[in-house]
Design a protein around this ligand. Structure first.
Ligand SMILES: NC(=O)c1ccc[n+]([C@@H]2O[C@H](COP(=O)([O-])OP(=O)(O)OC[C@H]3O[C@@H](n4cnc5c(N)ncnc54)[C@H](OP(=O)(O)O)[C@@H]3O)[C@@H](O)[C@H]2O)c1
Length: 261
């Protein structure tokens, strides 16, 4: 299988921890030079220093806060000025939990900025490099709520559907440049976000977090939470030449939990 990414550049967002960091690791293992992007500069440098370098590649960091327009624009411009990248993995922290009906209308605006405006600005910044290389991969980390809304994640459910529509539309527009656009829909994955969601649900019901985690596990055919590396492996495949005919897809990596076909 053609998995080699030597000579390719990748920008991996939300990559100081969790799913983003695992994806950066898997993509670096295939030989790509990776730019890690998030808000915390010190943790970015620490993470970049620990990435694999099988092709002797040099990794880099970019600091940006997707919630702040000027910060996003600056990062997008400097990534473009630095020559862009052929691979963009778009990812960031998920919106806070809560029922949709209780959300402040501005919460939806914030979520749209974090999950769509940021991705769109980065795609536009990196597209010239993708077109020049006749090789582009845009991979969005979304959620299984694209298929089945998750109770208690009202704003998240709403914006994830919008991300899937944006990505599908882009896949139709960019295919002629050999740029593929796909979404990964992670299920319950062992990260800080999952721990805080479990703790929040437990606190709301005065329940033991372990009991809440066990209830969630019981909904997963494979009987366990996913590991971030298992999401990273699918992202690395989608970034690779082997995935050249996969585009416009939303791929659940959830241990079989989503019950739609
Ligand atoms: N874990 C799960 O079970 C699960 C399931 C389904 C979907 N997801 C979704 O998958 C995505 C990643 O999940 P995760 O569990 O890996 O999340 P996480 O552990 O909370 O990590 C989020 C990453 O995004 C960065 N980030 C947060 N806010 C940012 C901002 N304003 N601007 C730029 N970067 C920002 C964080 O770094 P800094 O703090 O340094 O900025 C961090 O590297 C989220 O959208 C999440 O909702 C997760």
């Amino acid at each position: 299988m053609r998995l080699d990414l030597t000579g390719k550049r990748a920008v991996v967002c939300g990559s100081t921890q969790g799913i983003g960091l695992a994806r950066a690791h898997e993509i670096a293992l295939l030989g790509a030079e990776v730019t890690l992007l998030a808000r915390d500069e010190a943790r970015l440098h620490e993470a970049a220093a620990a990435l694999p370098r099988p092709a002797g590649q040099a990794h880099a960091v970019a600091v940006a806060d997707f919630a702040v327009d000027a910060s996003l624009r600056r990062a997008a411009e400097s990534l473009a000025d630095a020559g862009g990248a052929q691979i963009l993995v778009h990812n960031t922290g998920g919106p806070p939990p809560g029922q949709a009906i209780d959300a402040d209308p501005e919460d939806f605006v914030r979520a749209f900025r974090m999950h769509i405006v940021s991705g769109h600005a980065l795609v536009q910044a990196l597209l010239p490099a993708m077109k020049a290389a006749k090789y582009g991969r845009v991979i969005n980390i979304v959620s299984t709520s694209v298929r089945q809304p998750i109770p208690g994640l009202g704003v998240s459910n709403t914006v994830r559907g919008a991300v899937a529509s944006w990505a599908k539309t882009l896949s139709m527009e960019l295919g002629r440049h050999n740029v593929t656009v796909n979404n990964i829909l992670p299920g319950y994955t062992e990260t800080e976000r999952l721990r805080s969601l479990v703790n929040g649900r437990a606190a709301a019901r005065s329940a033991d977090p372990k009991a809440v985690a066990d209830e969630l596990r019981a909904t997963i055919p494979l009987g366990r939470f996913g590991e971030a590396a298992e999401i990273g492996a699918v992202a690395a495949f989608l970034a690779s030449p082997a995935a050249s005919y996969v585009s416009g897809q939303s791929i659940a990596v959830d241990g079989g939990r989503t019950s739609t076909i």
